[in-house]
Design a protein around this ligand. Sequence first.
Ligand SMILES: [Zn+2]
Length: 304
Amino acid sequence: MIYDFYYIFFKDFINYNKLFNFSAEEIFIILKVIIHNFRLTMNLSKKKKRNIIKIIKNRIKKKYIIEQLYGNKCHICGEFDTKIHLRTFDFSHFNSKKKKIDASSLFDTKSCSEIVKTLKDEVGAYICSNCHSVFDMEYLELINEIYDDKELIEKIKTDYHKIKMKFTAISDKMINNVKDPLKKTINITGNYKNYLFAIYYLSNQGIDITKKSIANYLGVDYDAVKSFFLRHRNFLEKYINFPYGNPTIYSLKIKGLKLISEIEYFINFYQTFQLEECINCNFNVRKKCIANSSNQCSHPIIKN
Ligand SMILES: [Zn+2]
């Protein structure tokens, strides 16, 4: 099995059944929260955190693309599914000699719809690595010389032709289903989560939610809150009511409450995520952040 550090730890988020009910901005906020609350990533540098978020987003893109194009199983063997075996899915060129690009190189910079357009031109399909290894067998022409066993030769040839028959390259029609659920429409900066939680906390305490009370709660200047509300009003208005008044007294909308409850769910999930020590290493995972250490455990076992 191909080892994928990121998929192992973040598969619960990648596979979250309500994931695409969130906007791209909300997914980004929740991912940031996860990285800041998960023991293995919380102490990493900003750069590493950003990089991990990008990698998780790439996994989400890959899963989304495969499911939109082919459903959740390998369309050839039907054995491997995208939820448990995402990391075994490869983009396989129909003719590997005509390969111009490596599919995985597209994910960092392109959106889902751009990726599938490029892959359509490459002529190929996402299939599981088992099917891929049979289909990409370079020595098929030499098979009679490699093996003596006639039955085995026949079996290999039959497997190869079965895959070739079922192999469905990405087509124009298929890519119509692929949208861009991770493409942000506004640039998210600043700490949105802290603002939403401040408002949530104040309303729970029965305190009037004003710029002043938010500033007190967050321990920042009134002007900082004022400027945040000015710069991000379009975004905040989705979650918070902005009634007229002096001072303006804000309140959370249902959508804001829902987002906070999802954020709380993932904070709790990743703060209590149980890991066991790797059988191959003596690193004490309870006391240190293993991902931040040079002798980090490379084979963690997940308890649940
Ligand atoms: Zn397969």
